[in-house]
Design a protein around this ligand. Structure first.
Ligand code: SAM
Length: 257
C-alpha cells in the first residue's frame, strides 16, 4: 500500500469511527468509546512503557518526545505528562484535527506529515521517539526509512521505543488486487479491493492491512542508523506477534535541565 493510500484510508476511518479505528475493541464499535476511558488507556500504557525505558536507561532526559502515528493523541497526551514537550505526528489530517480538538495537556502539539520521512524535524531534536500500533500498518519499504529517521531526530543518548509486528495474522488481505477470469472470484476480489481501499464507504468494517518485519531486519536498520538495542520485549497489542524494540542513540547524552 502506498502512503497516499494509507492517508486516504485513515482519513476515511477517522471520519466514521475514529476511536474504534485506533483501538478496535469489539464492544466499542459505532462510536461507543467514552472519551475519558479512551484517553485513560493511553495514560496506563505510557506509564508502564516509561517505567520499562527508565529501568534500561536510568535518568534519560525528558524534555521532548515524538509520538509517531499519534491518531487521536491518546498516547501523545500521556507523554505530555512526563515531558516538557510532546509532539504527535500523523499522516491523516482528520486524525490530527481530532487530536487537537481533544487535547487538554500543556506542551503537546500535533503535526500533519504525509511524507515518507521526518524532514520537517531537525537532527537530534527528541529525547524519546515512541510509536505504537502504527508501523504495523505501513509497508516495510517505508518502515525501513522511518526507523532511520527516528534515530536521526533523536539526541545522542535519546531513547526509542517502537512496536513492530514480527508476524501478521494468516489470511490478511493481499496488498495487490489480482485479476481473475473466473467471474465469482473476480467479483469477490473486486469487492475486497473496494472495501479495503475505500473504508469510508463501509463504516462497519474498518479493516486495516497489516505488515510485519523480521526481528533481525528491525535490529539491523536501527543499529545501522546509529542506535544500540537495549531490549526486545513482547508487546500487549492485538492479534499479531508483536515486538517492542527499545534502543538508545549512540553518543554522549546532553545534560538534564
Ligand atoms: C491504530 S492508530 C494508532 C494511534 C496511536 N498510536 C494510538 O495508539 O492511540 C494508527 C495511526 O497511524 C497513522 N499512520 C499510518 N501511517 C502513518 C505514517 N506513514 N505516518 C504517520 N502516521 C501514520 C494513522 O493515520 C493512524 O492515526
Amino acid at each position: 500500500m502506498k502512503l497516499w493510500q494509507v492517508r486516504r484510508h485513515w482519513d476515511g476511518l477517522a471520519k466514521v469511527d475514529p476511536f474504534f479505528a485506533v483501538l478496535t475493541d469489539p464492544g466499542k464499535q459505532g462510536n461507543k468509546w467514552a472519551i475519558e476511558e479512551f484517553f485513560k488507556t493511553g495514560v496506563l500504557e505510557v506509564g508502564r512503557d516509561l517505567e520499562r525505558i527508565e529501568a534500561l536507561s536510568a535518568g534519560f532526559r525528558r524534555v521532548s518526545a515524538l509520538d509517531f502515528g499519534c491518531g487521536a493523541g491518546r498516547l501523545t497526551q500521556a507523554l505530555g505528562r512526563y515531558f516538557e514537550r510532546a509532539t504527535g505526528i500523523d499522516i491523516s489530517g482528520h486524525m490530527v484535527e481530532l487530536a487537537k480538538a481533544h487535547n487538554t495537556q500543556r506542551g503537546v502539539t500535533f503535526v500533519h506529515n504525509t511524507r515518507a520521512d521526518l524532514a520537517l524535524f531537525g537532527e537530534g531534536q527528541y529525547d524519546l521517539v515512541y510509536s505504537r500500533i502504527t508501523l504495523q500498518h505501513i509497508a516495510p519499504r517505508y518502515t525501513e526509512r522511518y526507523l532511520g529517521e527516528f534515530v536521526r531526530v533523536l539526541a545522542p543518548g535519546g531513547m526509542l521505543s517502537v512496536q513492530v509486528p514480527e508476524r501478521v495474522p494468516v489470511g490478511d488481505p493481499p496488498d495487490r488486487f489480482r485479476f481473475s477470469v473466473w467471474p465469482p472470484t473476480l467479483v469477490m476480489r473486486a469487492k475486497r479491493y473496494v472495501r479495503y481501499h475505500y473504508p469510508g464507504w463501509f463504516p462497519d468494517t474498518p479493516k486495516m492491512q497489516m505488515y510485519a518485519l523480521p526481528r533481525t531486519a528491525v535490529v539491523g536498520f536501527l543499529e545501522k542508523a546509529g542506535a544500540d538495542i537495549l531490549a526486545v520485549d513482547p508487546s500487549e497489542h492485538g492479534d499479531v506477534e508483536n515486538l517492542v524494540y527499545i534502543a538508545r542513540k549512540r553518543g554522549p547524552a546532553p545534560r538534564q535541565g
